[in-house]
Write a protein that binds this ligand. Sequence first.
Ligand code: LRH
Ligand code: MN
Ligand code: MN
Length: 392
Amino acid sequence: MTASTKTVEAAKAALRRQTIELPSWAFGNSGTRFKVFAQQGVPRDPYEKIADAAQVNLYTGVAPRVSLHIPWDLVDDFSDLARHAAGLGVSIGMINSNVFQDDDFMLGSLTHPDKRVRRKAIDHHKQCIDVMRATGSSHLKVWLADGLNYPGQDSIRGRQDRLAESLAEVYGALDEDQHMVLEYKFFEPAFYITDVPDWGTSLLHCLALGDRASVVLDTGHHAPGTNIEFIVAQLLRQGRLGAFDFNSRFYADDDLMVGAADPFQLFRIMHEIVQAGALDPASGVSFMLDQCHNIEPKIPGQIRSVMNVQEATTKALLVDADALLAAQQAGDVLGAHGVLMDAYDTDVRPLLATLREEMGLAADPMAAYAASGYADKIAAERVGGAQAGWGA
Ligand code: LRH
Ligand code: MN
Ligand code: MN
């Protein structure tokens, strides 16, 4: 299939406007329960994490925001951190709360049976809202490790009630122009029940909270075989898809590079996005990465991931929408499927290389970064880099 010039130019225009948010924690050392492999030159503090994220933006041109995780990214002066980011051409994206690494939260945070612990968790979220004010961040991102390991351990329904009450207080503390996004995950660290296990539970809480609450879909947070593009379509219909946490998985929450395990799934997701007009930043859907680079170098890992998202997006933009609709309405099963596969099977790398050159960037961001000498520079300058947060 050769796309028309008009389609290609429209795709390029959409790609110029697409942005991908980077997680600060992707740049620190990370690993599994078995081993953290330290890499040379990893950031020693949030300032250096932002400097590394800015490199990804420098070579891709489409990654201008960095999400922070609190308290992993705690600093004395968040306004100063935001100025540092601005000086490097990026800004602070979503602020992630963290109520999963404190002994008090062993049995839950916003759902905990003890009011004192719930208060502590709510207050942490209020501190995160203060960080949003200081950094100019517009979104509070909530993921809870809350759940149960054993039947009977606590009341399932009681926990939902407590969750609703706690979330309402946090939501009520947001400014009028601030938003909350609620991430779900079907297992881990709890294994019997997770208190926000699925998109339906997240959506119900968001609907109860108000217009400025929406769902985060982390692509690694579903049971194997789950049709993720269906969830995307459903949340878009409700106007409640707030963000993606992109990564890929073979088995569980593997946090590997997006598009590595299943590029076709990523394409199918982006097809739903494009069809719904949700690629436009005005639609309010944020495209974020949530990954760990345990064995590969981190900055190139992020660059590659951004490129993978762009490739899937480009293929989705090349779907011949008129031909697809005509085939669908004619009941032409194989014709419709063929239209989709034609776009998926297109090699979009030349188009993206041209686009990058038009944007004043190098055609190959991986090669340009490798040639820049930045990796050697940070390896020489930084000694004793920080862990991403896990096990810290
Ligand atoms: C939980 C999760 C969530 C956290 C991040 C570090 O598995 O996906 O988004 O904030 O990992
Ligand atoms: Mn996530
Ligand atoms: Mn996860």
